[in-house]
Design a protein around this ligand. Structure first.
Ligand code: 2P0
Length: 322
């Protein structure tokens, strides 16, 4: 049976990822099928490490960062619900020990690395030896963005066309881009008031502007993938920034409105634009939170660091292909 443990424990590790063209909206909530495809870059060294075993206990035991959670905790309930796909029978219970590497600058989605690491741990425990693309499809059930966290470097999550979701998974892009640098601008690391799952559903349900999103998102996904393959930094940067701002425009135009930005977020955006005016090519992207993620080239890191440092804004740099 594919749900028979082949060893005492399974282990998995996966990175967080940042979308350059965003996933926003589901066409199927139960299967986590997206309305549009997306492309991301993984951040090595930031992510989740998970160990998994079958337990004699009658319920799942879930430890997060060394602390055992109450089964009723939102995180534990969501994880147990995901594990329902993988129980040999109703009596099977799992013991899960999962830890996120503490991000120096937060605002990074741990559900993406979390469900990717968990699927890798299941693959190890059950000795499925499945290819990453198949594991990506399984990770998608936990969290859409987790489908992209099976890979290092760039990953494209195809929206797929089938109703059963069998063609909705991510694949890696072969491009290596050593000069590409990500800046993590920490504005606020507290938990966000509206989670992505609820935020995107509300947008699909109530935002008139959203009608334009699916086509724009698919077009910009293609533009970014082509630009990555040509290593056209300018085109990647400006398309990613425009895509993120367009997604936020749809969030703002939902009812009730969803505004993830803080005053400091806007101040940081203005700094990015001011740097570009000075000829320093830096772009930003933002997710369901107030923090900015900058796209720049290694040669400009010192100038960017200095500009943010002068205004006491915390920024950390990561080279995804280091
Ligand atoms: C993304 N986000 O492409 C977009 C941009 C947030 C903003 O994927 O409901 O946690 O679990 O599938 O994957 C975050 O959404 O949502 C996300 P679910 P998920 O990175």
């Amino acid at each position: 049976s594919p749900l028979q443990a082949q060893k005492t424990r399974g282990h998995g590790q996966a990175p967080v990822n940042i979308a350059l063209s965003k996933y926003w909206g589901k066409r199927d909530k139960a299967l986590n099928l997206p309305i549009n495809g997306s492309v991301s870059i993984s951040l090595p060294g930031l992510g989740t490490e998970t160990t998994l075993s079958i337990t004699e206990n009658d319920r799942d035991i879930i430890r997060l960062n060394g602390t055992t959670l109450e089964p009723e905790a939102t995180f534990a309930k969501r994880l147990s619900q995901f594990l329902n796909w993988f129980r040999a029978d109703q009596t099977t219970a799992f013991s899960v020990d999962t830890s996120n590497s503490v991000p120096t600058a937060a605002g990074l989605a741990s559900s993406a690395s979390g469900y990717a690491a968990l699927v890798l741990a299941l693959n190890d425990l059950f000795d499925w030896q499945l290819p990453k693309e198949s594991l990506s499809l399984l990770a998608r059930f936990g969290s859409g963005s987790a489908s992209r966290s099976l890979f290092d470097g760039f990953a494209v999550w195809h929206k797929g066309h089938q109703n059963d979701g069998m063609d909705s998974f991510a694949e890696p892009l072969a491009t290596l881009w050593p000069e590409l640098t990500i800046g993590l601008v920490k504005v606020d690391t507290r938990e966000k008031p509206v989670g992505s799952t609820v935020g995107m559903q509300q947008t699909v349900d109530t935002c008139d502007l959203y009608k334009a999103w699916p086509e724009q998102a698919e077009r910009e996904l293609k533009t970014i993938v082509d630009a990555i393959q040509k290593k056209d930094f300018t085109l990647v940067g400006k398309t990613a920034e425009h895509n993120a701002l367009s997604m936020h425009a749809t969030m703002i135009a939902t009812w009730p409105p969803i505004v993830y930005w803080q005053p400091e977020s806007v101040a940081a955006m203005r700094m990015v634009w001011a740097l570009r005016e000075q000829g320093i090519e830096v772009y930003f992207t933002m997710d369901a939170g107030p923090n900015l993620k900058l796209l720049l080239q290694e040669k400009d890191q010192t100038a960017v660091k200095k500009a943010f440092g002068e205004r006491d804004i915390q920024i950390d740099f990561i080279q995804p292909f280091e």
